[in-house]
Design a protein around this ligand. Structure first.
Ligand code: NAD
Length: 355
């Protein structure tokens, strides 16, 4: 039985619209192959929204997202809007969207296609077998605490409540149960009070609700080192907002290109925002050469987490992997071989989905 779903598409700026176009094509191919009915509606966010409405997240965009089943997003930002003195900035649109939809858990899977082991700056023998899911708390911690500033003093307050830690731990617990059942919880409990609360809460929630999941605590400095030394030893990494921000960028280098890695931001319900982890890449925008795989893999996460379509999600992931294996590589991962355009790469995935 096919399902009906409304998907909001926020192309954003730079290469955003170029890569979301391919993400939508993958979703359309899935709808046609499996008999689903997906309705797409496009809205503005970021710089494009500032140009049009003087707001990085117009009320119309937020309300369309709030009533949709899922949101597929490209990226925001670019030199046109990067004046440090500007009051309205594109990134505010993203933060407001996450906050407005109460998306407190950010999921970033990092896997490495065997054919791309040579694209990463790390040695193939270090990378082989790497399959990590990072779960980052997204709406708490130091980024959202009270900020104070005088001429010769500044402070950023870091706060966490048991409830905030509990809900993101549950997301990590559920994911771990569907994987290798191991969570490394990353904190700085030797110095930070918030980390001690984090550690105690993670332990209590996993102990009571996910007794089959093995838990290890790791200090963030040590985690940063182990991610490079032995990335294949991790299954799920659970961490707070700022540590997650830094560790996910570090982990992204394992895969070799930002153009390969998807993400999902989830809340308490089914609604989620799905986007590649890369930015708007103004240096290559408009040239039709951006790698669309990260966005297509984000579309796969959308199918799995918001629409509950696991088989369809796996089909997209398989089609992307098969396209890479067949040598369909955009410039960022070409490694001297033939170079595919954004639409060549999108077409390779779509034809495998429909074929
Ligand atoms: P970026 O991720 O846009 O680009 C970094 C480098 O990676 C560039 O050389 C770019 O060409 C390359 N790259 C990125 N995505 C690619 C893809 N799909 N295919 C091929 N190559 C790709 O990061 P940046 O240059 O630091 O930032 C550019 C703009 O994007 C800034 O305005 C920044 O604020 C914004 N940004 C937005 C997001 C977001 O929307 N979530 C995230 C990061 C940066």
């Amino acid at each position: 039985m096919g399902i009906k779903a409304t998907i909001v598409v926020l192309g954003g700026d730079g290469i955003g619209p170029e890569v979301t176009r391919e993400g939508v094509r993958a979703l359309q191919a899935i709808a046609s192959r499996y008999g689903h009915e997906f309705t797409f509606s496009e809205h503005v966010i970021g710089g494009a929204a500032i140009d049009e409405t003087q707001s990085a997240l117009p009320a119309k965009t937020l309300s369309a997202c709030g009533t949709a089943d899922a949101v597929l997003l490209g990226a925001v930002g670019g030199p046109k809007w990067s004046d440090p003195k500007a009051k309205i900035r594109p990134e505010q649109g993203l933060l407001a969207l996450r906050k407005g939809l109460n998306l407190f858990a950010n999921l970033r899977p990092v896997t490495i296609h065997p054919a791309l082991l040579d694209v990463s700056p790390l040695k193939p023998e270090v990378l082989r077998g790497t399959d990590i899911m990072v779960v980052r708390e997204l709406t708490g911690g130091i980024y959202f605490g009270e900020k104070r500033r005088t001429e010769d003093f500044a402070s950023d307050l870091c706060t966490y409540s048991v409830e905030e830690v509990t809900r993101v731990t549950r997301v990590a617990g559920r994911l771990a149960q569907g994987r290798r059942k191991r969570i490394v919880s990353v904190d700085k409990a030797n110095v930070l009070e918030t980390s001690r609360l984090w550690r105690a809460t993670v332990e209590a929630v996993l102990g009571a609700e996910f007794p089959d999941v093995e838990l290890e605590h790791m200090l963030v400095d040590s985690a940063a080192m182990h991610l490079i030394r032995k990335p294949s030893s991790f299954d799920v990494i659970l961490t707070e907002n700022m540590f997650g921000d830094i560790l996910t960028d570090e982990a992204s280098m394992l895969a070799g290109s930002l153009g390969l890695l998807p993400s999902a931001s989830l809340g308490a319900g089914k609604l989620g925002v799905y986007e590649p982890i890369h930015g708007s890449a103004p240096d290559i925008a408009g040239q039709g050469i951006a790698n669309p795989y990260a966005t297509m893999l984000s579309a796969a996460m959308l199918l799995r987490h918001s629409l509950g379509l696991n088989e369809e999600a796996a089909a997209v992931e398989k089609a992307v992997a098969a396209s890479i294996s067949a040598g369909v590589r955009t410039a960022d991962i070409a490694a001297g071989g033939a170079v595919a355009s954004t639409s060549n790469a999108g077409e390779a995935v779509v034809s495998r989905l429909l074929g």
